[in-house]
Design a protein around this ligand. Structure first.
Ligand SMILES: NC(=O)c1ccc[n+]([C@@H]2O[C@H](COP(=O)([O-])OP(=O)(O)OC[C@H]3O[C@@H](n4cnc5c(N)ncnc54)[C@H](O)[C@@H]3O)[C@@H](O)[C@H]2O)c1
Length: 313
């Protein structure tokens, strides 16, 4: 298959490219090496693939409509996996315009490129943040009320709706995966698990926002990659939104405890006020993913942390 990955130099995209290349697919990557975090990390994520004849990298911006059209005229992917995005909840309040432009107009450019070149399948990385401070015991895809509390979450929810419009009118088959916090090797440096681990290793205080009882359903990268591969092949229905989460939710306090247990080192804790846009909890119901994509998380939280720390060291 020919698979085009936007954001393919990032954490999830580069890991996905590696996996798909092993299985003899041809991979086309679009990435602008955005400086939201150290671009050397992104260069490192992809450097081993640059000489592979099955791998092609386009350095460019999904907001550049002309560039996107040119790529889509030259290449004929069977599937687009659209991961390019501004990604941080907190930063989305610092530069809301950039988030709306990249995430919504960028996605529109991808969809227009696909429509104009008769491409018919997209897998999109949405986010658990669309549930906002949802009170339901478990977050299910069919909940009626979505109240995103960050600019980032709002853009992801808007994209899901934009994708639905294009699917309905232009037959672009769509799977939106609502990813619940992803962790593991290559994890972004701005995410809690990586920051906590580095600070404990360097004897620096671990900064906890709020009282540490907020919780997240953490999803291990290998589980995410294998379910994206299933979504690439999924062809039963034209449009689906599917949660992808780990085996359970973990409080921030327990994240720190698990990391320090694996490192065998006591953390210094610094408590800070709760941050704007952070939701209280994410609790994933994976039953739809299980039913449609044969998904069940294979890596429990502690094993994932052990793998991550081994990689980081
Ligand atoms: N990591 C998570 O916990 C998580 C959770 C939910 C959803 N997601 C979504 O998964 C996707 C991948 O996330 P990630 O953690 O790998 O992030 P990442 O920042 O490592 O990867 C995103 C990539 O997109 C690229 N990019 C950003 N703006 C671009 C633009 N205008 N044009 C071209 N490329 C651009 C970046 O350079 C980066 O390489 C994102 O859409 C993110 O919103 C991630």
């Amino acid at each position: 298959m020919i698979i085009l990955i936007t954001g393919g130099a990032g954490f999830i995209g580069s890991t996905l490219a590696d996996k798909l290349l092993i299985n003899n697919n041809r991979i086309i990557v679009i990435d602008n090496f955005d400086d939201n975090y150290d671009i050397k990390l992104k260069e490192k994520n992809i450097s081993h693939n640059l000489a592979n004849p099955n791998y092609k990298l386009y350095r460019g911006d999904i907001c550049d409509k002309k560039f996107i059209n040119e790529v889509f005229k030259k290449e004929t992917p069977d599937v687009v996996v659209h991961l390019a995005s501004c990604v941080s909840v907190r930063n989305s309040f610092k530069c809301p315009e950039k988030y709306l432009k990249t995430n919504i107009l960028g996605t529109l450019n991808i969809l227009e490129g696909m429509k104009n070149n008769n491409m018919q399948k997209i897998v999109f990385a949405s986010s658990s943040s669309v549930y906002g401070n949802c009170r339901a015991e478990n977050f299910r895809e069919n909940l009626k009320l979505y109240k995103p509390i960050s600019i980032y979450a709002m853009t992801k929810l808007s994209c899901e709706q934009l994708l639905y419009t294009y699917c309905t009118n232009y037959n672009i088959n769509t799977v939106c995966l609502r990813l619940f916090t992803v962790f593991g090797p290559r994890q972004r440096p701005d995410l809690a698990i990586r920051k906590f681990t580095q600070n404990i290793l360097n004897n620096k205080p671990v900064e906890i926002y709020g009282d540490g009882t907020s919780c997240r359903n953490y999803t291990y990268i290998d589980d995410v990659i294998s379910v994206i591969c299933s979504a690439i092949s999924y062809d039963k229905t034209p449009f689906e939104i599917i949660n992808i989460g780990g085996d359970r939710s973990v409080t921030l306090n327990d994240v720190v405890k698990t990391i320090s247990k694996v490192l065998n080192k006591e953390p210094k804790i610094k408590k800070l006020p709760k941050q704007i846009g952070d939701v209280e909890r994410t609790v994933c119901d994976n039953s739809k993913a299980e039913k449609l994509l044969n998904y069940s998380p294979q890596t429990d939280f502690e094993t994932g942390i052990k793998n991550f720390i081994k990689w980081l060291k």
